[in-house]
Design a protein around this ligand. Sequence first.
Ligand code: UGA
Length: 458
Amino acid sequence: MAVLGSGYVGLTVAAGLASFGHRVTCTDVDVDRVDHLVAGDLRIVEAGLTELIEDVRSLGRLQFLTDNIEAARSAEFVFLCLPTPGRSDGTLDTSSTEAVVTQIGRHLAPGARIVIKSTVPVGTARRVAELLQRRDVAIVSNPEFLSEGTAVDNFLHPDRVVIGSDSVRAAMDVATLYGVGGVGECIVTDSQSAELIKFASNAYLATRVTFINSVAELCEATGANVRDVARGIGSDHRIGTAFLSPGPGWGGSCFPKDSAALVALADDVGVDATVVRSVIAANEWHSVRVADKIADALDGDLSGKTIAIWGLAFKAGTDDVRHSPALKIVERLRERGALFRAFDPGVSRPITGITQCTTLEETCRGADAILVTTEWEVFARSDLDALGSLMTRRIMVDARGAIDPGVALLAGFDYTGIGVGRDASDLEFTAMCLEQETRDPVVHATYPRHRDAADQSP
Ligand code: UGA
């Protein structure tokens, strides 16, 4: 089989299918990229992918080429994993997909199946069929649900596989390709439904994140604690706890693009998209809110102030900074005269306008405040007291709730979190619990942070 496109989706799909026992040829038009892949250098950070690719290549099941026609010519299944960038009006640009289909069309083997993995506008599978004009070649929509950082696991153990086609036979043929893996539910449907499932899934997840971010704001205003509120909401089995972690707003290559595309689609067909439209607007507000928190912590004057930015990636576990809330917030603070020293354990590529450091110490030297924008675990384990001693002032805004407020307080930081009222006595109480932990770990483990719980402690 052929996988056309060697981005993180194409590579994961190719390696995953090869690990199921299939022989896969994966292509990319970028010669330099293919040269690096042949040399074993993926040039992306994706947990377990390098190892999986090494394994399947050593078994002779995966090869890389630059020639789409050569790869597609003898393939029974041709997976399209090509970029579909968003346009400024929210619609997606499918020109790469169309160009490749035109390129390989007449070279495809009789009875081949084209499988569209990329996120494409509803109706694309049908349009590809018209473009192809080959009655013997079926088009199958099989959207990917890979999250950056866990893509390999998502592919090998998916919650569900969605397969849409006008040809039930072709859909079933694609379903059997996944048979070897630990597949959850397999949903076979028409191609429009399959295409829409992808947009609706991402827009719904984005909505959950925005919802909890709004609840976090409400918590700050009322003195509630969003961690407990999220746990309380999520323990209802109809709701669940996933995607209820508050933060600086969602980003990445998918949520922004797919929510905008859903709105564009709704507008195009005359359907009201108020819900998703307001989620997009609220998401902008949540990054403004974080910028305001740091300005407030620095008494409103950011001019010439140096801020240690902890995290540039749009989430932990990736090197991807596309639509990263961190960069959005940096831009807002820059407009107010702030300077930056940033560190992200996953991001080494230079970013214009940001001084990138290689350690947390470097970011803190002479800094006026720390702003935590990505939830890397290493941040939570840092020696805050030592880092604070390098700063001009011990101020921290933690937009991810990545740092224990009690630890920050004990290290002398003026700590502002997300979704917790800045009730100093609560923070002091947390610090007291931590001190107690060093004396009596059992009490702390049983009654982590609650005033009433501690009252009952021995
Ligand atoms: C997302 C979806 O989760 C995948 O299922 C989908 O296949 C993929 O898009 C895609 O369309 O290709 P991804 O963009 O890798 O995956 O990132 P997520 O883990 O979904 O996170 C998106 C954003 O939401 C990040 O900025 C993250 O920090 C934020 N987020 C997520 C929160 O702020 N809180 C949460 O509880 C969860």
